[in-house]
Design a binder for this molecule. Structure first.
Ligand code: 3PG
Ligand code: MG
Length: 398
C-alpha cells in the first residue's frame, strides 16, 4: 500500500489531489455535535495543501437516498473543516455538477475544495457495477491522484472508496495508515491479558466479531443493550429490555465455547432499569436475577461497572466498542462513564472503536489522550477485527 508520505516525496505542487474523507459527523440540525472525524483527517488535507496541491475533498454524510437532501448537506462541515485547517475551504453545492467543476477549475495551488455529499448521487452506493464505475469516473476527473483517508468507510464497496482507486494512482492517507497499524496489533498477538468490552444495542451486529475474537481474548465483557440477549441465554428474565429472541441460541453457543476455551465471558450482575425509554424515567437498580417484568434495563448497574473496571485495570490490552447503556440520558450514563474512566486510568494499551463509543468519550468529557487510540471507524473497525477483507483497503493494496 502506497502512503501519503510517498506521495509527498514524489511532490504534489500544482497537482490535483482527490481526497476521500469520512466527514460523516453527528449533526443536530446544522450543528456539528462531535467533530472528531474532521480533526482526524485534517493533518492529511493540511499536508497536501501546504505542499501546494489543489485539494478536492469528498465525503458522505448520513444516508440520503441518492438525491440531494438539504438535511444531509456537508455545508456546515466545510466551515468547520476550514476552522480546523486554519485555511479557507471552498464548498461546491453539487458533487460532480457544474458548481463543483467551476470551483475546481478555479483552484490555485494550496486551495481546498469540499464537494457536496457523495450520497446525493445514485452511483455512489449503487449495486450496479456500471453505474458505480460511471460515477467513479466523474469523481476521478477531479484528481491526478487519489488519496483515501476515509477509514470509517473502508468497509463499503462504494464508488468513491473502491471504484475510483482503479482509475487513479492511489495512496492511503495518514489516518488510514494509523488505524491499520493500531488495529492490526489487535488481530495479531496483543499483550495479555487482552480484554474486549462490547456494548451497543444489538447483539446481531456483534456476532462476527465475537466469533473471531473469542479465542484471542482472556476476557470478553458484554454490556449495553446486547447484554440482555446473553442474560436470556443464561435463563434470566429480562422484563421489557431489548431482546433479540432469534439470537438467544447463538449466544448460548458462545457461552459454551467460552467455557471450553477457558475464556471468561463476563456479563453484568446488575442493571439500572426504567419503566419507559425516556430521559426522565425514574431509575431503579436491580440484580439481573430480579428484573421486573414491566421495566427495561437502560444501563449496567454499579456492581457490574465496578467488576468491569477491575478487569480493565488488570489488562495489558483493551478494545472497547459500544456504550454500556443509554449514555445520552444522564441517569443511565454511569456504566459507560465508569468503563471509559477505567480505560483512561489503566496502563493498558487501549483502543476505542465505534462512532458511538468515541462520541461517548468526548460527550462525557474524558481526555482523548487518555486512550491509546480512538478509532474513527464504527463498522469499519469491527469488520477489520472480524478479519474481513475491506473493499477500501483492498483497493488501495492493488
Ligand atoms: C459510519 O459512520 O460508520 C461511516 O461513516 C459509514 O457510514 P455508513 O454506515 O452509513 O456507510
Ligand atoms: Mg455505521
Amino acid at each position: 500500500m502506497q502512503t501519503l508520505d510517498e506521495l509527498l516525496q514524489e511532490g504534489v505542487n500544482g497537482r490535483r489531489v482527490l481526497v476521500r474523507a469520512d466527514l460523516n459527523v453527528p449533526l443536530d440540525g446544522k450543528n456539528i455535535t462531535d467533530d472528531g472525524r474532521i480533526r482526524a483527517v485534517a493533518p492529511t488535507v493540511k499536508a497536501l495543501a501546504e505542499a501546494g496541491a489543489r485539494v478536492v475533498v469528498c465525503s458522505h454524510l448520513g444516508r440520503p437516498k441518492g438525491e440531494p437532501d438539504p438535511a444531509f448537506s456537508l455545508a456546515p462541515v466545510a466551515q468547520r473543516l476550514g476552522e480546523v485547517l486554519g485555511r479557507e475551504v471552498a464548498f461546491a453545492t453539487d458533487t460532480v455538477g457544474t458548481d463543483a467543476e467551476t470551483k475546481a477549475v478555479a483552484q490555485s495551488d494550496g486551495d481546498v475544495l469540499l464537494l457536496e455529499n457523495l450520497r446525493f448521487n445514485k452511483g455512489e452506493t449503487s449495486k450496479d457495477d456500471t453505474q458505480r464505475a460511471e460515477f467513479a469516473g466523474q469523481l476521478a476527473a477531479f484528481g491526478d491522484v487519489y488519496v483515501d483517508d476515509a477509514f470509517g468507510a473502508v468497509h463499503r464497496g462504494h464508488a468513491s472508496v473502491y471504484d475510483v482507486a482503479k482509475l487513479l494512482p492511489h495512496y492511503a492517507g495518514w489516518l488510514i495508515a494509523k488505524e491499520v497499524e493500531v488495529l492490526s496489533k489487535l488481530t495479531g498477538k496483543p499483550e495479555q491479558p487482552y480484554v474486549v468490552i462490547l456494548g451497543g444495542a444489538k447483539v446481531s451486529d456483534k456476532l462476527a466479531v465475537i466469533d473471531n475474537l473469542l479465542d484471542k481474548v482472556d476476557t470478553l465483557i458484554v454490556g449495553g443493550g446486547m447484554m440482555f440477549t446473553f442474560l436470556a441465554a443464561k435463563g434470566f428474565e429480562v422484563g421489557s429490555s431489548l431482546l433479540e429472541k432469534d439470537q438467544i441460541e447463538v449466544c448460548k453457543t458462545y457461552l459454551e465455547r467460552a467455557e471450553e476455551l477457558g475464556v471468561e465471558l463476563l456479563l453484568p450482575v446488575d442493571t439500572t432499569t426504567a419503566a419507559e425509554f425516556a430521559a426522565d424515567a425514574e431509575p431503579l437498580t436491580v440484580g439481573v436475577d430480579a428484573i421486573p417484568a414491566d421495566r427495561m434495563g437502560l444501563d449496567i448497574g454499579p456492581e457490574s461497572a465496578k467488576l468491569f473496571a477491575e478487569r480493565i485495570a488488570g489488562a495489558k490490552t483493551v478494545f472497547w466498542n459500544g456504550p454500556m447503556g443509554v449514555f445520552e440520558f444522564p441517569d443511565y450514563a454511569a456504566g459507560t462513564k465508569t468503563v471509559a474512566r477505567a480505560l483512561v486510568d489503566s496502563e493498558a494499551f487501549s483502543v476505542v472503536g465505534g462512532g458511538d463509543s468515541a462520541a461517548a468519550v468526548r460527550t462525557l468529557g474524558l481526555p482523548e489522550d487518555g486512550f491509546g487510540h480512538i478509532s474513527t471507524g464504527g463498522g469499519a473497525s469491527l469488520e477489520y477485527l472480524e478479519g474481513k477483507t475491506l473493499p477500501g483497503l483492498d483497493a488501495l493494496e492493488n
